[in-house]
Design a protein around this ligand. Structure first.
Ligand code: NAP
Length: 478
């Protein structure tokens, strides 16, 4: 039984109606109102940093270092969206002057503007209690676009969610903005989450979490009388390809770094590397041995929720049941240990392609090495894995035919392709893309990280022969 007040379906209705009322004025707000709000929210998080990090740590076990860093990132992205609004990103319009004469050459004066979609349902992620939660990237981008937001709290950090929502309410009140601009509901996803998505006044939903939860909510969004966009960021296995050139140049360094990436945050990142493609042969053997050694010594911590730990243990057991998989690092944690131990196993490409259960994400510090004999096999493995947030390719420095084919295969399945470093850690920037073909995203043309996230909540409208007073608004909605 939760110690926090659980919402009823009637509470969802109240929150959405308040968000709808707030939208009526906020949707036509200008640069200053939106930027001041976003900066005020960033400052509120920073002022309360100590209290918030203690609370978040007690609920998520992610540790003060990571949580302070995540709070910094959250404040940075709120301010980043404020700057984008100041640069005019939410009010971009295309002016197409009238052309005299008969169509198709002649046409009326058309101005293509964008208007905020309406109140947005936002589902907090378990694994980013700040950056993908109440004041995270989805909320920041929706507010920047001129939308109001109703957040469904994640059961893994309810105390933090209620506290951050309280801070946001204070900022909103102090700035004289309508209280319904940011609402919070809390309760089981299958009731409260579904009721939120089904509410007729909600016009879009943003979600980060499991494939199962995301699909359940997406089908509720689609089954409405008026279906709405559902921006879901779901599962991803994030293949890493170590080409011979990279192993020769810096195999030891890459093995150390990869172990850190697999175990970072106890593997509870959507960009955690789950499959590592390594060439057959001696150089590959040495890399695998170094990675296994580094993983044996790696530190992990308690997982976010007991259910997630159960999911990790079951996922590793399912992998291990595949008889052609060779376990490399598979010590079980003692019953007294709260943290799981990392898991690493190896298989050849043929075996991997035949064993479909190995293509599924196991959320936590676990990875499978797939030994490959050449480019054609690498591509077969990538195609078998399918949609992924990231693919990492080390050692593709020359424009050889093989490298061109690899890059083509990587961009076919992933939203971000890295040629150096590790997939964990997603920069908030203008060119970032955090999405990709399903299941990494339900709408692969959009991103949930970076400033292009704004586009999810703006709907184009063409104004034809509009009056001067409307054109004078320069893209700011009426
Ligand atoms: P989740 O179970 O999908 O939960 C996310 C949100 O969806 C919660 O608010 C949850 O509500 C709601 N929900 C879940 N199932 C639902 C359903 N059938 N109908 C309606 N709403 C539903 O994700 P999680 O709690 O973060 O983690 C569970 C698993 O998700 C992890 O083990 C991992 O596999 C995956 N995950 C993936 C990512 C990623 O970025 N790809 C990130 C985090 C987790 P309640 O739980 O409150 O009922």
């Amino acid at each position: 039984m939760s110690q926090y007040p659980q919402s009823t379906v009637a509470d969802v209705d109240t929150a959405v109606r308040a968000a709808h009322a707030a939208f009526q004025s906020f949707s036509s707000s200008g640069v200053e109102t939106r930027a001041t709000l976003l900066r005020g929210l960033a400052q509120a998080l920073e002022v309360q940093r100590e209290r918030l990090v203690v609370l978040a740590d007690a609920e998520t076990h992610l540790g003060p270092a990571r949580l302070n860093g995540e709070l910094d990132r959250t404040a940075f992205q709120l301010r980043g969206f404020a700057t984008r609004v100041e640069q005019g990103a939410a009010f971009v319009f295309e002016d197409d002057p009238a052309v005299a004469g008969a169509p198709p050459v002649g046409h009326p004066h058309l101005v293509r503007v964008r208007v905020p979609v309406g109140p947005v349902a936002m589902f907090s992620a378990s694994n980013f209690p700040f950056a993908f939660s109440v004041l995270g990237g989805d909320t920041a981008s929706a507010l920047a676009a001129g939308c109001s937001v109703v957040v469904k709290a994640h059961s893994g950090h309810q105390g933090l969610s209620h506290t951050v929502a309280g801070l946001a309410r204070e900022v909103i009140a102090a700035q004289g903005l309508p209280a319904g601009l940011l609402g919070l509901v809390d309760g089981p996803g299958s009731q409260i989450g579904v009721a939120l998505v089904e509410h007729p006044l909600i016009q879009a939903a943003a979600f980060t979490g499991s494939v199962r939860g995301g699909l359940a909510l997406e089908s509720a969004a689609r089954a409405r009388k008026q279906p709405i966009p559902f921006y879901g960021e779901l599962g991803s296995v994030n293949p890493v390809i170590a080409l011979p050139a990279a192993l020769a140049a810096k195999g030891v360094e890459l093995a150390q770094g990869l172990a850190g990436s697999i175990t970072m945050g106890t593997g509870q990142f959507c960009t955690s590397p789950g499959i590592v493609l390594v060439p057959a042969g001696e150089a590959g053997d040495a890399f695998v041995a170094q990675l296994a050694d580094a993983l044996r010594g790696a530190k992990t911590h308690e997982m976010l929720t007991p259910q997630m730990r159960k999911g990790f243990d079951q996922g590793c057991a399912q992998w291990a049941a595949e008889s052609t998989l060779q376990a490399l690092v598979a010590e079980q944690a003692a019953a007294t240990e709260s943290a799981p131990r990392p898991y690493l196993a190896q298989i050849d490409a043929r075996g991997f392609l035949a064993a479909h259960q190995l293509h599924e994400e196991v959320f936590g510090p676990a990875a499978i090495i797939v030994r490959v004999a050449g480019t054609a096999q690498v591509i077969e493995v990538l195609d078998a894995v399918g949609g992924s947030l990231t693919v990492t390719v080390w050692g593709a420095e020359s424009p050889s035919e093989d490298n061109v084919a690899l890059v083509r295969a990587a961009t076919r399945i992933a939203g971000r392709v890295l040629f150096a470093g590790f997939p964990t850690g997603v920069a908030v920037s203008a060119a970032q893309h955090h999405g990709g073909p399903f299941p990494s995203s339900t709408v692969p043309f959009t991103t949930s990280v970076g400033y292009a996230a704004l586009d999810r909540f703006l709907r184009p409208v063409a104004l034809q022969d509009a009056p001067a007073w409307l054109l004078d608004r320069k893209g700011v909605p009426a």
